[in-house]
Design a binder for this molecule. Structure first.
Ligand SMILES: [Zn+2]
Length: 277
């Protein structure tokens, strides 16, 4: 990617009726760059629809990403849950591949009763296997474990960086800046986000900073981490300076806005970002 693109998380609120195709038209009308297809509550294969979505997105010059179902847990010791998790990730990847999309994000799982250091090799083994399966099917989309906001969830910045580094950069993390802020109570300033970017560049390297999949929103949190996403203005998120560091480092890829006021907040972010140029 050659610049930072601004994507809505799902269909814009103002698309009527709220279908994927109307959503894309609406995204284009607002001058935004694309849409993350939300399959959080489940995915059914529909190649005909995905082809149509892909065709419409291409006509409108829009980028597509996708969010896999929420029920995934790659740290489960129940083979049925593992199988369901594999299917959820692969089905999302197949769907996005048909639509000629770019990047699939998934929640890797929960520590459950495990200590994090015991969950790590298990999750890594499954992600490695998923990569091989996606490769076998020649799926041309990134698979991205997401940086998670609750302390019970696998997926700290450090776990994901280590995963990417161990797997030779063949998977890259989805950096959810709001989740990391909620999880740590910090990481909400220019300098702190700059340190994240430097860590990614140093530990993963390659063109990681030109290949970023970022999630961003206001967020409410407590001692256990994330409680809920909220609009930027009601939150303590220092979005202006965070956008500035993304601009200064010439970050390229996608920034997906997951605020409840999805397109309103995304337009605000894009306006601020463009004002730096
Ligand atoms: Zn997510």
């Amino acid at each position: 990617m050659d610049r930072l693109n601004f994507l809505t998380a799902g269909i814009p609120i103002s698309a009527k009726p709220r279908t994927f195709l109307n959503g894309l038209t609406r995204v284009r009308e607002m001058g935004l760059d694309g849409m993350e297809l939300e399959f959080g509550h489940g995915i059914r294969q529909n190649p005909a629809l995905m082809r149509e979505i892909g065709k419409r997105a291409a006509e409108l010059g829009l980028i597509l990403t996708a969010h896999a179902p929420y029920y995934i847990n790659l740290n489960s010791n129940d083979p049925k849950i593992i199988e369901k998790s594999y299917q959820a990730i692969l089905e999302t990847a197949r769907s996005l591949d048909v639509a000629r999309g770019w990047s699939v994000v998934f929640h890797p799982g929960y520590y459950l009763e495990d200590r994090p250091k015991f969950a790590f090799p298990r999750v890594q083994k499954h992600i490695e296997r998923l990569l091989q399966l996606a490769h076998k099917e020649a799926l041309k989309v990134w698979l991205r474990p997401e940086l998670m906001g609750k302390k019970s969830q696998f997926g700290t910045l450090y776990e994901l960086v280590e995963l990417s580094s161990n797997l030779g950069g063949h998977i890259l993390p989805c950096i959810d800046l709001s989740h990391w802020h909620a999880r740590t109570g910090k990481n909400n300033s220019y300098d702190e986000v700059e340190r994240i970017l430097k860590l990614l560049d140093h530990e993963i390297g390659g063109d990681v900073l030109k290949n970023m999949h970022i999630h961003f929103s206001g967020i409410e949190f407590g001692p256990a981490g994330e409680k809920r996403h909220m609009i930027f203005r009601k939150s303590d998120t220092r979005y202006r300076e965070i956008l500035k560091v993304l601009f200064d480092y010439d970050i390229a890829g996608v920034l997906v806005c997951e605020s409840p006021n999805v397109e309103g907040d995304l337009l605000m972010l894009k306006l601020i970002y463009d004002s730096f140029a």
